[in-house]
Design a protein around this ligand. Structure first.
Ligand code: C2G
Length: 132
């Protein structure tokens, strides 16, 4: 069974998230998602709209997602890949090259981001509508 892993905040789930989850799952049989905790988001300089628990609940409802684990730090990926017997690591290509150190432990693939959507864009568009 080919196991795939990807990581992210997955706040305000949108088609860009669904596209990468769908494609990551299609490259294997089982998809683990490392979901950024609220504390880790602070480290990433991100403030999610939804709490970790809510973002986890939403992710677990997505047909492509088989398991959600907490992403608490930048340096847990090697341990996660080993512990979960991961064969393939997938991220959007805004991270191109950033996780190549994992190539010693599993396949690493960066997929093109979905153009025209992001959580930030959603926030800004909503703000402009309300205050336009
Ligand atoms: N993504 C995408 N297309 C978009 C928006 C996001 O393909 N239009 C992808 C990102 O490239 C990432 C995943 O969706 O692979 C999750 O995106 P975020 O929730 O923004 O995650 P990020 O803040 O990039 O955190 O350790 C890795 C980090 O946790 C990644």
């Amino acid at each position: 069974m080919k196991k795939v892993i990807t990581y992210g905040t997955f706040d305000l789930i949108h088609n860009g998230h669904i596209n990468i989850l769908r494609r990551a799952k299609a490259m294997g049989h089982y998809l683990v998602v490392g979901l950024s905790t609220d504390d880790f988001n602070e480290l990433k300089g991100k403030k999610a709209y939804h709490s970790y628990e809510i973002r986890k609940d939403i992710l677990e409802a997505i047909r492509y997602v088989d398991e959600v684990i907490p992403e608490k730090s930048w340096d847990q990926k090697v341990e996660d890949v080993k512990h979960h017997n991961i064969d393939l690591f997938v991220m959007g290509d805004d991270w191109e090259g950033k996780f190549d150190f994992l190539k010693k432990y599993c396949e690493v693939v960066y997929l093109p981001r979905t153009v025209g959507i992001s959580t930030t864009k959603i926030r800004n568009d909503l703000y402009n509508v309300d205050n336009g």
